[in-house]
Design a protein around this ligand. Sequence first.
Ligand code: FES
Ligand SMILES: [Fe+2]
Length: 409
Amino acid sequence: MSDVSETSAGGNAIPTETENLARSVVTAEADPSEMTEFAVLPKAAYTTEEYLQVENRRLFSVSWMFATFARHVSEPGDVVPVTVQGVPLFVVRDEEGTLKAFHNVCSHRGSQLVCEMQKERKTIVCPYHAWTYNLKGELSWTKHFAGVNATDLPDRQQNKLGLKEVAVAQWLDFVFVNFSAMPESFAQQISELEQRWADYDLSSMTYGSSMRYDFDANWKLIVENFLESYHVPFIHQTLNTYSPFSERYQIQLSDRLLGIGQGRYQPEPLHGKRLPSWPMRDGKENIKAEYFSVYPTFLIGVMPDHLFAWVLEPVSAGKTVEHLHFYFVGEEGAHAEKFAPHRAQTLENWKQVNDEDWEIIQRMQAGMQSPAFPHPLLSRHMERNINAFQTLIRTHVGLPGPAATTLVS
Ligand code: FES
Ligand SMILES: [Fe+2]
């Protein structure tokens, strides 16, 4: 893990608990002018539709975006329609077992090809005039196009009319797509995180359930809230009892993998029992939790006995849908009756945390409208991750309006 850099509230390496205490004393005595960080995005980046359009063009259209779950396309012939940033696609496992993604639109007159999940398909048939594509996206049947009962279009024409393919990648139960013609490698983007979590045996991760939150807020405010623990003692008083603020640290695995670590994540056992834990390859007992933003819109966290994946769907500058998906350890963790109360408790805990965040994030969006609020202010100690996230957005998307930098101190 030599290429992994970690930053704590005040330094470069993960602090021990004692160092953490020492740092908070140093922080309290520090010169305030050294305690602020550049806030590199002005508030127009959160409030204007123009900026979201630029994000769509320069960021989402060249990034790995969550599309669907691998368990829904596990067998050859499985087909799943999805919409990613408003674009209809479908994901399919072809007859050789290769995962593929295509634009979900017929080359003839543009009918949507697939509207619901399908199984055991060998072809994709357009409902309108029955143009038929194989699972590699090649157009294979166009009868009557050249006249009643006439044979299909000549091969040389059909060859040009196949479906438009989109890059696809699978990681754990998650399928991502990338609209770029030359996408960066997903495996490379995720490699530091895979390496970091290599001790977890996640092969038994089993889907449990999902929740949905509709935010009146810009998607970036949700990511930024996810990336700092400064608000935990104030907003999440219950969470702070089993995942304390004092044992949290910021992590920067790469510029696109920012996260938060928690030395201890231990809700009280229920009826003296806990959910089954992830088997650890190093054989050690694990009580920590970590979560990461997989740039730009996918958030994932692993706790000792469950895992979450939260997907952000930016709808407009001031509206975002957040889909929360929860996984447990094996069939037993996910489905055994004896653990039903424990799963319910886990989900209730996250619901409480997310309800609390939902409220405050929307307040921030409302505050952004105020003419009396010129610019966000960031703590160098507590909100370094946010600075890193905003820097990346600024690199990929740019600034709204003319470039300007404001140092707030
Ligand atoms: S629109 Fe698909 S066959 Fe005509
Ligand atoms: Fe929070």
